[in-house]
Design a protein around this ligand. Sequence first.
Ligand code: ADP
Ligand code: MG
Length: 505
Amino acid sequence: DYKPGGYHPAFRGETYNGGRYMLVRKLGWGHFSTVWLARDTVSNAHVAMKIVRSDKVYTEAALDEIKLLRRVSTRDGSLGGYYDSSKHILSLSDSFEHTGPNGKHVVMVFEVLGENLLALIKKYEHRGIPVMYVKQIAKQLLLGLDYMHRKCGVIHTDIKPENVLMEVGDVEAIVKMVELLDKQKRDQRKFQKRATKTAIEPSVNIASVNSSRSSTSTSLERSGTRRVRRHTLITGSQPLPSPISSTNFFEMKSQMMGQSLPRPMPSSKSNINISGGEEEQVTNSLSSLEISTCTDEHAEDATPRNLDVIQIKIADLGNACWYDEHYTNSIQTREYRSPEVILGCEWGCSADVWSAACLIFELLTGDFLFEPDEGHSYTKDDDHIAQIIELLGELPYNMLETGRHSRTFFNSKGMLRNISKLKFWPLKDVLHEKYKFSEEDAENISDFLLPMLRLSPQDRADAGGMVNHPWLEDTVGLEGLKLDSRSLYDSGAGIPGWFQEVPRK
Ligand code: ADP
Ligand code: MG
């Protein structure tokens, strides 16, 4: 992908826009771009720079992205009286072109944010994020979407965990720390090179463990119900920093503030390398995850210890479009794709609400809501539709009738052509039986998600109305926030392009 038309081979220290911005390190990447942390020499603050692939299609898409970003960056975001919903959309601060060996690249400049939600899902090892955090993310996501749909006339079309980013608070302090760690890492590499030559082993390396805090510690371990105190002796002169990922701002923040998110559930196996290169497999170990802060009570559950407020922003308008100008009908990433898009029906803003519900389910459980696969006699689309029906019931007749691809999936009797045996499993039961939510919680969550998963795009509940749902009433940081102008469970009242493209005047 680093060839003419592809990604720009960016590097640390490279300068942009006549020397104004200087690259520090890579923050992330997507299908369209690589994203870098850079220093703005004018304001002397740090920014995130999205460097788009240079192919014509990417460049054109990027120019549209800039127009859409300008719209969402400039509208008044006060939709619920005092609350500014626009703060939940990543805003653009600058854009320009940069020429490199692979061609001309559009570059967009944003504020620096932290990890995306996929990283958070992984941090919890796909076992689900504590409900308290899910509520914060869900409410902010809905506020952001409401603003996009109702105030800006913009449809995101690619809502998924990778495109929702968490804020990090004091960026400059974190950058300092990250730069320090980067330097240590470089030094470590040099040291290791030398060490290999002289056969000196590194002093400690805690692999697949998320703590880089402690050098010596007493750790608690649990195997079954038996608890054993175990002393990890770490020798050697200098503890080496554990490897840091390319996007660990979120972790940095937690560590700097002496806070940590509720600990993920223990993994069944963790590798701990102890000094002298001796390796040990620890089975059913709880201790290794947060060695220095682990206490008995905390080892028992994953309840948050600090009422940390997560702030999120919707990013990546690279696939977004206008309520009255859709660029393509091939929208949404597979797992978050709405039934109207699969069937080839008309679609609109409400497609984003479907994806949002899929995303919220994934935050709660760590699993995709729909994970279609192809088989010998059926396609991914067949499977996807079957899974949707199994969870939510039969598709409305008018969707089968108007969908451009309906005939491929359904016969004249409205039966799926390639899949015959369907196992109905309503959302509430899935949450209770498979994911072990209490019956009451399962009921409340399903009450919250189902209106956003209404099969007909026209009937789907809108984001603003869903902000007012009782499940979000006690959201930390947004307690009691309601949008007076919206009604719970309403379906896009007064939102142009809610379920179809509006003809351009
Ligand atoms: P693409 O259109 O290529 O998918 P995105 O805008 O989604 O590009 O950015 C790709 C990744 O880069 C994101 O998933 C995220 O991890 C990281 N990223 C994007 N913008 C920022 C930002 N402002 N701050 C920090 N990381 C970012
Ligand atoms: Mg992306």
